[in-house]
Write a protein that binds this ligand. Structure first.
Ligand code: CMP
Length: 146
């Protein structure tokens, strides 16, 4: 049950210089990095990525925020990667996230929650998000040494 999952350090994490801290956690856990790039999202890509939130009161602010500075987009591979990454990320609200999770260790603000990760309760969201952000030839094939 090796699978790939989509993860993105949001603008607050990039601006605060937390890309290294965050990616280290996934490396140390034993997940394999198969894609990574820093990109500036335009509104069109942001709205497509967050389509499920369209119409919600926080939608415009969310699109403003996610396009406000670059993001660091990644694909991680491993056993139950989607579920395991979500456990490491914590709850949507950093204030509700336990210490030891990424959001619980680095944040307190719901709208500035540092990181996006595909939802393991939404089957197929991982593959959908990977396709939205990465071309096939941007994904790497190599042997991991553990
Ligand atoms: P995430 O779950 O990664 O993607 C949607 C984001 O919307 C969520 O993180 C929050 O950062 C943001 N958001 C802002 N306000 C709310 C809210 N009231 N409820 C849920 N998410 C919110």
């Amino acid at each position: 049950n090796d699978e790939r999952t989509f993860v993105m350090v949001k603008p607050d994490g990039v601006q605060r210089g937390l890309i290294g801290e965050i990616t280290s956690r996934f490396e140390h856990r034993g997940l394999k990095l198969v894609g990574a790039k820093a990109i500036q999202l335009d509104r069109e890509l942001a709205e497509e990525h967050y389509a499920e939130h369209e119409g919600k009161p926080f939608f415009e602010g969310l699109v403003d925020f996610i396009t406000s500075a670059p993001v660091f987009a990644m694909v991680w591979e491993g056993k139950d990667a989607t579920h395991q990454v979500r456990r490491m990320v914590g709850e949507t609200d950093p204030a509700e996230s336990p210490p030891g999770t990424i959001r619980g260790d680095y944040g307190l603000d719901l709208g500035r929650n540092l990181i996006h990760a595909s939802d393991h309760e939404d089957p197929g969201s991982n593959e959908r998000e990977i396709e939205l952000f990465f071309d096939d030839d941007e994904l790497l094939d190599y042997e991991q040494v553990t």
